[in-house]
Design a protein. Structure first.
Length: 291
C-alpha cells in the first residue's frame, strides 16, 4: 500500500521538480544576461495598444455590430421596416461612435503627450468603457424597443471588461509606461530647456564662462606687461607752491579695468543674443551702479 501511494505521488513530484528546474534556469539566464536598454517611448506593447486603439478595436467592434444586426434581421425579416428597430440601430451606432471617439482621444494622448495625465485618461477609459457600453445598449433597447436587454448588456460588459483589466494592469506596472510618462523633475527640466536638435532653447542669464575672470590688482611697485604705469602723485619741491588735488582711492584703476572687462563681456553676450534687451539693460545698470 505504501509503495502504491509513493508511486502515485511520483508523477506529481517529477512535475514539481521540472517546474522548479525551469524557474531556476530562467533566473540564472536572467542574471547572466547583459542589462537591457532603458525601455522608453511608444513602442512594444505600448505601441501595440495605441495602434489597436486607433485601428484594430474600432474595426473589430464595427464588424461585430454589423454582424449582429445582419443576423437579427435575417432571423426576423419583419423587423426591417419597423421604425422602432431603425431607431434602435441608430442609437447603437451613436453609442459605438461615442466609445470609438473616446478611445481615439485616449490613444492620441498616449501618442502625443508624454505626461502622467495621459495614463490617467487611459485608465479612466479602461475602467468606464465596459460599463458605458453595457448600460448604453440596455438603455437604447429599452427606450426604442421597450425590451429588457440586460443579458446582452452583461455579455457586452463582461467581454470588454476582460481586456480592460489586462490593459489596466499593464499601465499600472509597466516599466516602459513609467519611463515614458512619469519622468522625474530633472528630466522634465532638461526636456523643457532642450530644443528638438538638442540645443538649449532658453539660454541661462549668466552661463558659466561667459564673464572673463577679473584680473587681480597689481602689487605695489610692479607694473604688469602691456599696462602703462599708473601716474604717481606729484610731490612739490621745497619752497614750490602747491595746488591741492584730491587723492585717488587706492586700487581705483584696477577696479575700473575689472568693470570694463565685465561690461565688454556683457555686451558680447547681448550681441550673441544670449541676453535679451531687458536683461542686458538691467545687468549693465547693476554694474554701473557700483561706480
Amino acid at each position: 500500500m505504501a509503495m502504491e501511494t509513493l508511486g502515485s505521488l511520483l508523477p506529481l513530484t517529477l512535475l514539481i521538480a521540472a517546474i522548479g528546474g525551469v524557474i531556476w534556469w530562467s533566473r540564472r539566464r536572467a542574471r547572466m544576461a547583459p542589462p537591457l536598454p532603458e525601455l522608453r517611448g511608444p513602442s512594444g506593447w505600448l505601441g501595440f495598444f495605441i495602434f489597436a486603439s486607433y485601428v484594430l478595436a474600432p474595426l473589430v467592434s464595427l464588424g461585430s455590430l454589423s454582424t449582429e444586426f445582419t443576423n437579427a434581421e435575417a432571423a426576423n425579416p419583419h423587423v426591417v421596416g419597423v421604425p422602432a428597430w431603425q431607431q434602435y440601430k441608430v442609437g447603437c451606432w451613436l453609442l459605438f461612435g461615442a466609445v470609438v471617439a473616446w478611445q481615439w482621444w485616449a490613444a492620441y494622448n498616449l501618442h502625443k503627450r508624454f505626461v502622467p495625465g495621459s495614463v490617467t485618461i487611459v485608465k479612466g477609459f479602461l475602467l468606464a468603457s465596459p460599463l458605458v457600453a453595457g448600460v448604453g445598449v440596455m438603455v437604447v433597447a429599452w427606450s426604442t424597443l421597450n425590451f429588457n436587454a440586460s443579458e446582452a448588456a452583461f455579455e457586452i460588459f463582461l467581454r470588454a471588461a476582460v481586456s480592460s483589466v489586462v490593459w489596466y494592469l499593464y499601465f499600472t506596472f509597466s516599466r516602459r509606461v513609467k519611463n515614458t510618462y512619469f519622468m522625474d523633475a530633472r528630466d522634465l527640466r532638461k526636456a523643457a530647456s532642450t530644443g528638438p536638435s538638442g540645443e538649449r532653447a532658453d539660454p541661462s542669464l549668466t552661463p558659466p564662462g561667459a564673464l572673463e575672470p577679473v584680473p587681480p590688482a597689481p602689487l605695489p611697485g610692479i607694473t604688469p606687461a602691456g599696462v602703462p604705469p599708473e601716474p604717481q602723485p606729484w610731490t612739490p619741491e621745497p619752497g614750490q607752491a602747491t595746488t591741492e588735488t584730491p587723492e585717488r582711492p587706492a586700487g581705483n584703476t584696477a577696479y575700473s579695468n575689472a568693470l570694463t572687462v565685465q561690461l565688454d563681456a556683457l555686451k558680447r553676450m547681448h550681441e550673441r543674443e544670449a541676453l535679451t534687451d531687458a536683461e542686458y539693460a538691467r545687468k549693465r545698470e547693476e554694474l554701473l551702479s557700483r561706480i
